[in-house]
Design a binder for this molecule. Structure first.
Ligand code: GUN
Length: 282
């Protein structure tokens, strides 16, 4: 029975953080402190927790954070004004608007209003367009983090069949494009895919980003596949992924756990993108 490699997101994110800290030190020699503005509208507990972690990351790494917590009833005009001010502020190199936004706000308009240079989430249409064209630009943190994990474990997507389950703008679509740019043959599956299990079983690299606890069982996995679990679902037992980890572990060649897999990578890449934005602004 093959023993799967457990892909350790804490280890890889710590390596990325070292790179980021080195970048902060280089910028300090030029008198620059990278700055990240974090905007949270409303009181969603999960979002509050994520934003708090991002601010602690900034403090540890030496990034100045600009904290903007706004009431749920904040108007589009007020949020636009805030974004415009952050775009114009030379001390702010990265802007992150925590999603989801309350329903009365136009998320697409807000994302498009962020200066593409400061869009460290990689959500702006220009940065997504740059990804499609294979040009440099900010990459979405979670999918880019997955690419860094694969690289760190010597898993080259070139020539492999990668199957991405989920087509969100935050994960599925940019993930598919990053894998394609790395010369994988890519299939994107979603809720309307017929015989999902049969398609997933073709994958050399299977990326799960559906948001349904333990949905992908061993029936979905080819023996020897690399399994990347982007899901973070709250269950009675704590956090669980989209992959049924215990079921899949015996047949995968490598697998990310939840927690401790992809999760820590997202914030590590956010910090790296912020320091890169500050460096590019010099
Ligand atoms: N909500 C869930 N994931 C993310 C993310 O990566 N960035 C932002 N801004 N909001 C999110």
């Amino acid at each position: 029975m093959p023993v799967a490699t457990i892909i350790d997101g804490k280890r890889v994110s710590a390596e990325i953080e070292q790179e980021t800290v080195a970048g902060v030190a280089r910028l300090a020699e030029q008198g620059i402190t990278p700055g990240l503005a974090v905007v949270l509208v409303g009181e969603d507990p999960a979002s509050q927790s994520y934003v708090g972690m991002k601010e602690r990351d900034c403090e540890r790494i030496g990034i100045r954070s600009f904290d903007h917590r706004l009431p749920a009833e904040t108007s589009q005009e007020d949020l636009n004004r805030l974004i415009d001010g952050l775009n114009a502020n030379p001390d702010v190199h990265g802007i992150l608007v925590q999603l989801p936004l309350p329903g009365h706000l136009d998320t697409e308009a807000i994302i498009a209003r962020i200066s593409p240079d400061k869009d460290v989430d990689g959500f702006h249409p220009e940065n997504l367009g740059r990804l499609v064209r294979g040009l440099p630009g900010h990459r979405a943190c979670t999918p880019f983090g997955v690419m860094k994990m694969l690289e760190s474990y010597g898993i080259d997507p070139a020539g492999k069949h990668a199957v991405v389950v989920g087509r969100s703008t935050i994960v599925g679509k940019p993930m598919a494009l990053l894998l394609l740019n790395a010369n994988a043959t890519v299939t994107v599956c979603h809720s309307r895919t017929k015989d999902l299990a049969a398609t997933c079983r073709q994958a050399d690299i299977l990326v799960a980003a559906v948001g349904r606890a333990k949905m992908l069982t061993s029936e979905y996995v080819k023996p020897g596949a690399v399994v990347i679990d982007v899901g973070i679902n709250r269950a009675d037992t704590g956090l669980v992924g989209d992959v049924d980890y215990d079921d899949v572990l015996p047949i995968a060649s490598a697998i990310t756990p939840v927690p401790g897999g992809v999760g820590p990578m997202t914030r590590a890449i956010l910090m790296l993108n912020t320091v890169e934005a500050a460096g590019a602004a010099v």
